[in-house]
Design a protein around this ligand. Structure first.
Ligand SMILES: Cc1cc2nc3c(=O)[nH]c(=O)nc-3n(C[C@H](O)[C@H](O)[C@H](O)COP(=O)(O)OP(=O)(O)OC[C@H]3O[C@@H](n4cnc5c(N)ncnc54)[C@H](O)[C@@H]3O)c2cc1C
Length: 391
């Protein structure tokens, strides 16, 4: 892969909206990605391997639980810092950002919000340091967009719960030490359980042959009469709203992360367009290529404004789930469109691993599907403005 010459576009001087802390956190993540992710990520993606060697570095830049209080090992940062860290990591690769998002928003967040004090003390510091990695099991083979129909269930056996069922498409599953598993009790109410690797009857087979998020490990979670200690149930929230609360946090991170992927594609295409000469002139001097580049920077700027404003609303505790859906949907579509256009600007070179664009493009095909598909987020906006669910 070519050396990482990334220069972040900031067409509307949005840096002026950021605090010194935001910029410090972002710049540290940016430098780390340049140093530790860019040199190895293409090979990891080609080999379809999650590069475990970067776990320690992710922890050091605060990517695991950025907004979890310091007393539990988190970085105690605000939501905009969280967004900026996700942006920088996804600038490197959506698969690496997925690992960080899952650990932060889908594993640490539910333990912090819905768990007991003992669970927080036991798991959060180790998750923040990367000593322990987690995954989040909501999706099932027959229940994707409508997780409320899940069949995974647990029965009260007096001194323990007995868990049965299966989850699929679970990021980090093949190597996770713990899984946050959403399952129904005997009354059909959804609860979150912390399932630990090594519990008898619990297995995590890897999903192979993905063309997307190849540097992220995906797998199934299979529960065959798993005895889960009663103290592993997170007691402080139940019902579908509990996993959906985690998804709000993760989707917010994706809305920022997608900007990172888009910025990388734009920056690469802009540089290439100035260097690549055809018909005696750099292709960047041709109107057709300028149209693509001008539209890219316009869309990136709009997405940056949306993410920043959403961050302010999240910091004030005022962002609605529907507002988060809109940003996730808009920004991921923006990024995937930019990846496709940027790839064309690079001509044949755009399909090679010399450049990051094709990898981003393929990764974004997962990002546009997971954490609520593009269609589902549109239906959420539709329901929000009309009051009528059309699912
Ligand atoms: C790489 C990857 C990693 C993932 N990681 C995780 C994870 O860590 N944890 C986890 O729990 N899940 C994870 N997922 C699962 C992901 O969240 C689901 O794939 C997603 O929610 C969609 O579910 P589905 O694939 O079953 O598609 P389906 O729900 O079957 O949807 C198929 C199509 O039908 C459309 N559709 C569905 N319902 C409607 C409707 N009412 N109206 C109109 N159209 C509709 C959808 O938009 C989609 O286009 C991951 C997925 C991928 C690909």
């Amino acid at each position: 892969m070519k050396p990482d010459l990334f220069q972040a576009p900031d067409y509307y001087n949005l840096d002026e909206l950021l605090t010194d802390e935001h910029k410090m956190v972002r710049d540290a993540a940016r430098e780390w990605v340049k140093r530790e992710v860019s040199p190895i990520i293409e090979e990891a993606a080609q080999k379809a391997e999650f590069p475990k060697s970067i776990i320690g570095g992710l922890a050091e830049i605060g990517a695991f639980g950025p907004y979890i209080p310091e007393e539990y090992g988190g970085a105690g940062l605000d939501q905009i810092s969280y967004g900026l860290i996700m942006q920088e990591i996804e600038r490197g690769d959506s698969g690496v950002r997925s690992t960080a998002s899952v650990q932060s928003s889908l594993v640490m967040y539910p333990i912090f919000k819905y768990g007991t004090e003992e669970q927080k003390q036991k798991y959060l510091p180790k998750l923040a340091s990367g000593e322990m990695m987690g995954c989040f099991g909501l999706t099932e083979p027959d229940y994707g967009s409508n997780p409320g129909g899940m069949v995974t269930n647990f029965k009260d056996k007096g001194d323990h719960y007995l868990l049965n069922g299966a989850k699929m498409w679970i990021s980090n599953a093949p190597f996770a030490d713990i899984a946050i598993v959403w399952a129904k009790n005997e009354e059909g109410r959804i609860h979150g359980l912390i399932v630990e690797r090594g519990m008898e009857g619990f297995s995590t087979p890897e999903t192979h042959n993905k063309w997307s998020l190849r540097a992220s490990a995906t797998g199934e979670l299979i529960f065959d009469n798993v005895k889960v200690p009663k103290e592993n149930l997170m007691p402080n929230k139940s019902g579908l709203g509990a996993p959906l609360g985690c998804l709000d946090s993760a989707r917010f991170g994706i809305a920022w992360g997608a900007i990172g992927a888009a910025m990388d594609c734009y920056d690469t295409a802009l540089r290439y367009s100035k260097e690549r000469v055809q018909f005696d002139k750099p292709i960047g001097g041709k109107q057709l290529q300028q149209k693509k580049l001008a539209e890219m920077i316009t869309e990136i700027t709009k997405a940056q404004l949306m993410a920043w404003r959403l961050g302010v609303l999240r910091n004030e505790g005022k962002a609605t789930s529907a507002q988060i859906s809109m940003a996730k949907r808009n920004n991921v579509e923006m990024a995937i469109n930019i990846a496709r256009e940027a790839r064309q600007i690079l001509g044949g070179m755009g399909i090679t691993g010399e450049y990051s664009i094709m990898r981003h493009m393929m990764n974004l095909e997962s990002v546009i599907t997971y954490e609520g598909t593009h269609d589902i987020h549109l239906l959420i906006t539709g329901m929000d403005i009309t009051g009528m669910p059309a699912f």
